[in-house]
Design a protein around this ligand. Sequence first.
Ligand SMILES: [Zn+2]
Length: 502
Amino acid sequence: MTQVLYRKYRPKFFGEIIGQEHITKTLESQISTGKQVHSYLFTGGRGIGKTTIARLLAKALNCTERKEKQSEPCGKCVNCLALQAGNSLSIVEIDAASHTGVQDVRDKIIENVRFTPVGAKYKIFIIDEAHMLSGAAFNALLKTLEEPPEYIIFVLATTEIHKIPATILSRCQRFDFKKPTIKDIVKKLELISKEEKVKIDKSILERIGYLSMGGMRDAESLLGQILSLGIKDIKNEDANLILPQGDFSAALDLFEYLVNKDGRNAIISLISLGEDGINFKYFFDNVIEIARKALFYSITNRDDEFLPVDINKKISVLADFAGRVNLLKILDTLLARRSEINNLDIPSLPLEMAVAEICGEDKKESYDEQNNQNIENDNFEKKLPAIKKDKIEAPGDLLEIQSKWQDVLNKIKDHNHSLPFVLNTATPLDFDGKTLVLGLKFKLHKEKLEDIKNREILTNVLKSVYNKDILIAVKLDETIGEISSEVQNEDDEVDVESEFKI
Ligand SMILES: [Zn+2]
């Protein structure tokens, strides 16, 4: 089933290629104008379509029915059919991984180059894993690459471009294949599921995309295994039978505890993971990877296109909540502790110590007590409050926020004289009942709101105005209109920079 699925849906036309459009566009333009070159070098990860596109190039060039100025093969002529069936004589595929020597190059390539193709215009040599060729083999190939007969086209495919000699590189036109994004992979898997008349949750397809680490072939193979269950309406429980569970979501949970400085739940989850027998080295690396992605988000404000939507959303909220300084501290501590893992008999210990370090000293009072204290009191705890999700009430909406936003602005003045200024420039963009997304036009303002102390003040004021715990996420949004506020007008003459020193 696995193999069948991969072969069955191998693209037969350039238009069916997903995720490598930057390459097919150039190749198609060369084909339609007859300006193809004699040596191509395709580089990129495994299973992302290098051989498929090389074959399509061969197919289009040798198609006898291809119209002038067109690039797509007809798919019906003798040459197209032979190539689709895998018995075309005009295409020579060599796996350099098992034919590395100079004699292989002489026998398989140099000797063969002399014979003109039969019934076709071109003879195409596809050398897969080309970096495996020996130095002598490359040298033997070089001369043919320099002066190839008119009817010869070489496509060298490699996953390790740095191992290809410069002399070869300089004689090839190079195409860099991109790792397909989750979106690309989901698109392809949706096409296949539809053709197979199987209903499958998009979240499962996204998970497959993530697990296959950008390898389209691996993604198709995983989908094939799920389809082989023979279920027509595939749910998460079904997919779980096939897909590796991975500890990624557990790592994401742990990261959330770290951001919330919730040491208790962090340690409890580590104990439970230990009982499940997870590999702590691998798990530790996942936590570091998530912290890294959160840091990236806090700098770029862009989602990671290799992560599923829901994971991206969670990481972005946590990144905004933590703020860049905090994220750096978390990452610093994790990295320092990670290096100790090899010297210890207790593999979970470095992570446990990192948790203790990041979550800081014991809380002197519980979260509830902390929130019941007089809101007018400026003496907030230094730590971020751990938000208890089960305490959050039914979802509200943005209107609810907007209706009392002026109250927030008024109240905040009691705490700090410049925070209202910053907040006045903020636009409530989204509220899902838990997280309020504030849009800010300027980076300086965004950073101000990311400051732990300011965030605490705002969290407490929000609680007092809306009577619920509200998480704050801050987004840079340059499209927000001109700033206008009475606070700003009053301070028009004040140096803006100095105004921010709280
Ligand atoms: Zn054809």
